[in-house]
Design a protein around this ligand. Structure first.
Ligand code: EPZ
Length: 420
């Protein structure tokens, strides 16, 4: 098993570039099923989740391959309507292929996506919306069989602004004879990126980035070329690392408006964040200090994915802090590992209380999910002594070459083998 070894205490200096967004490329690869033609997607991050998505396309009979940071897909030939269990289990967000598969073939078979480390992550909102749109479901053991004759024009009012459900409805409706409106749609930048990709194929979708998305189905979608938006959570991760360790870094290929809710909190703590056209600069010299309550919520509010990441910054800042996790029901598991490093945090239900100014000490800790793993990396960077992180495979799902990038900034980080 691979792990990370970190010798903490170094300040971070220099410049890093953020790749295209993991949470954009996954739905966009699903969208590439729709046009029976070529799709060329640039700035794709080399991550295990993206490899899984490419494997799903190949399993469906499509042509899909990498060329440096570009992924080429030709979806002319499709020979399956089934998402293999092994890939459903590896990547919960494989459910995002359901909409495009149904649209393309009229039927789909998926294994029920298991919950994961951060919560049960049901797909009831996807299923309810799809039923309203005319999809028929039947269950057999641990598989969901779906069929679609003709999409029904509908207004779908989402109970929760679910990112995945919003994307799946867009993918199911883009190529159809129906008019579909999504109310309480997710507003994340990745939704806008998906709309732009689909419209680049010839779809007629508007409103992404707002709570109301209108999809005027079209009969034909054609080839397209697209460059992904930057990965905003990767940018947040590097910004929080600099804030926690001290130093002065520039983060290239970053849109400040995508991460302003998190940058606002870092500036309240005393970090200096400057916005440039396609980058930000984060400086932190003195010990951070303050007190705040941070509540996670759908975009544009504070992102749930940044909750574990900023927690590692709060551990070493002067003051008392409260984190309230409103999106996922089990997203504090990383805290037990931070406590092993000397953090003073208690949590119950949706709320975590952090008594800052802890001097973190290196320890052997385990990542249990992607962003919780990122939190442990940041804690290790600012801790005294050596930290060894197992469960590195979780971190590889969302960060390309994290050890190399942090080393470029002056951190002492290396990938190691860890006994299973
Ligand atoms: C996307 O997950 C992201 N993943 C997540 O990022 C992100 O944390 C999340 O959106 C929220 O921003 C990808 O885009 C691949 P949701 P998704 O549907 O679509 C509940 C990362 O670290 N819900 O908005 O699964 C759900 O259980 C990952 O990169 C239902 O109850 O998120 C959760 O509590 C982690 N029923 C809440 O809604 C449903 O049918 C938000 O889920 C669907 C969701």
């Amino acid at each position: 098993m691979k792990g990370l070894k970190i010798n903490g205490g170094n300040k971070l200096f220099g410049s890093v570039r953020v790749t295209g967004a993991k949470n954009s490329v996954l739905p966009i690869l699903a969208a590439a099923v729709l046009n029976s033609d070529n799709s060329i997607i640039y700035d794709c991050p080399h991550l295990s989740d993206v490899e899984n998505a490419v494997q799903i396309l190949e399993h469906l009979g499509l042509t899909a391959f990498w060329n440096d940071d570009m992924i080429y897909v030709n979806s002319k030939n499709i020979s399956s309507n089934t998402i293999p269990d092994c890939l459903m289990r590896k990547m919960r967000s494989s459910v995002i292929f359901l909409g495009s598969l149904l649209s393309r073939t009229g039927s789909a078979v998926i294994g029920m996506p298991g919950g994961c480390e951060i919560g049960s992550r049901p797909i009831d909102l996807h299923i309810k919306a799809f039923k309203d749109l005319g999809v028929k479901f039947s269950e057999n053991g641990n598989h969901l069989f779906c069929t679609l004759d003709k999409l029904k024009s509908s207004v779908i009012n989402l109970e929760f602004a679910s990112v995945g459900a919003t994307e799946n409805i867009m993918l199911l409706s883009a190529k159809s004879d129906a008019e579909v409106v999504i109310l309480n749609a997710a507003r994340e930048p990745e939704i806008i990126d998906l709309q732009n990709f689909l419209n680049g194929m010839g779809a007629n979708i508007s409103g992404a980035g707002t709570a109301i998305i209108k999809i005027h189905g079209v009969n034909t979608l054609s080839s397209t070329v697209h460059t992904l938006i930057p990965d905003r959570i990767t940018a947040v991760t590097y910004a929080c690392a600099a804030a926690a360790c001290g130093g002065d870094i520039s983060i290239e290929n970053t849109k400040y408006n995508h991460i302003s809710a998190v940058m606002d909190e870092l500036m309240k703590l005393g970090a200096e964040v400057r916005e440039f056209k396609n980058s930000i600069r984060v400086k932190s010299s003195e010990r951070l200090s303050g007190s705040c309550v941070i509540q996670t919520a759908p975009y544009p509010d504070f992102p749930t994915d940044a909750q574990p990441i900023i927690c590692s910054v709060l551990c070493t800042a002067e003051g008392r802090f409260c984190l309230i996790e409103n999106v996922f029901e089990n997203r504090f598991k990383y805290i037990d590992e931070l406590v092993k490093m000397g953090a003073d945090i208690t949590y119950s239900g949706k709320t975590a209380i952090i008594n800052g100014a802890s001097k973190l000490c290196g320890n052997e800790v385990t990542a249990k999910d992607l962003r919780g793993g990122a939190a442990l990396v940041i804690a290790g960077l600012s801790a005294e002594g050596e930290t060894r992180i197992s469960g590195y495979e979780y971190i590889l799902r969302g960060y390309e070459n994290l050890a190399g990038t942090l080393s470029q900034l002056g951190a002492e980080v290396e990938e190691i083998g860890i006994d299973a």
